[in-house]
Design a binder for this molecule. Structure first.
Ligand SMILES: C[S@@+](CC[C@H](N)C(=O)[O-])C[C@H]1O[C@@H](n2cnc3c(N)ncnc32)[C@H](O)[C@@H]1O
Length: 237
């Protein structure tokens, strides 16, 4: 099973074998791969996008320990106290910031006493970083199109405190990817996001945003910068 090094590093000191797990924000299934490979008894992989659910199903054909759930993480059709291990790998940076608190509450509701939580995300990058500037253009376009930013980069202690408010006790914080290799593919994908938002804006507003995103992506090409961290927490018995 192809498990990225960042996921392996985040799960290396966690007890996953034989446990009921939930991956919050299935994406392309990288953390799901890590949980399955670490011997999870059952993995709920939750995403609100049907194309992501289909992709993860295709990535793990015939895997009877895996259950894809297409749902909003703010409202899971799972009982209280029913999950032993929760991962949120690169989820929080893609959430509109009004979603972070209700998702933390819902994940805490389904977590069993003694559960483990692993939240992996990216440090905020400095304002002069060209990658951050591209993300800023994406957020500007998203705000104008939807009145919501597309990306929010939380410092590790911000997410730790968010979950601390639900009783989670901090276990450890560690670096799992440093520097982060922001590839040409990443920058192209974020430029495409800007194009998508700009499509719903009047041309005099949308076109300059697309031009600026294209300029930044072309000038940057790729960049190795920033850090991905992993915060592990435990819910008291
Ligand atoms: C960047 S991907 C995460 C990567 C993934 N964890 C992995 O290891 O491959 C973010 C995922 O979270 C999902 N997502 C974002 N907001 C959500 C929400 N409110 N409810 C459910 N899924 C959500 C997205 O659709 C996407 O599948």
């Amino acid at each position: 099973m192809n498990v990225p090094d960042s996921v392996s590093a985040a799960l290396a000191d966690r007890d996953v074998a034989g446990r009921v797990c939930l991956e919050a924000g299935a994406g392309v299934g990288n953390a799901t791969a890590g949980l399955l490979s670490a011997g999870a008894e059952h993995v709920y992989a939750v995403t609100d996008r049907a194309d992501h659910a289909d992709g993860v199903r295709e990535r793990f054909p015939d895997e009877d320990r895996l259950e894809l759930i297409e749902a909003d993480l703010r409202e899971l059709a799972l009982p209280d106290d029913s999950v032993d291990v929760i991962t949120a790998h690169a989820l929080f940076n893609v959430l509109p910031n009004d979603a972070a608190a209700p998702i933390a509450a819902e994940l805490s509701r389904v977590a069993a006493p003694g559960a483990t939580l692993v939240v992996d995300d990216y440090d905020p990058m400095p304002p002069d970083s060209p990658v951050r500037q591209l993300f800023a253009v994406e957020n500007a376009a998203a705000e104008l199109a939807n009145a919501r930013a597309a990306l929010t980069f939380y410092p590790d202690d911000g997410l730790r405190r968010l979950f601390g408010g639900h009783g989670w006790e901090h276990d450890r914080t560690t670096s799992i990817l440093e520097p982060v290799p922001w590839s040409e593919g990443h920058l192209t994908a974020h430029t495409a996001e800007v194009r998508g938002y700009a499509g719903s804006l009047p041309d005099p507003i949308g076109k300059p945003l697309v031009n600026e995103a294209e300029r930044l992506a072309k000038a940057t090409k790729r960049s190795d910068e920033g850090r991905m961290y992993s915060v592990a927490m435990t819910l008291p018995e």
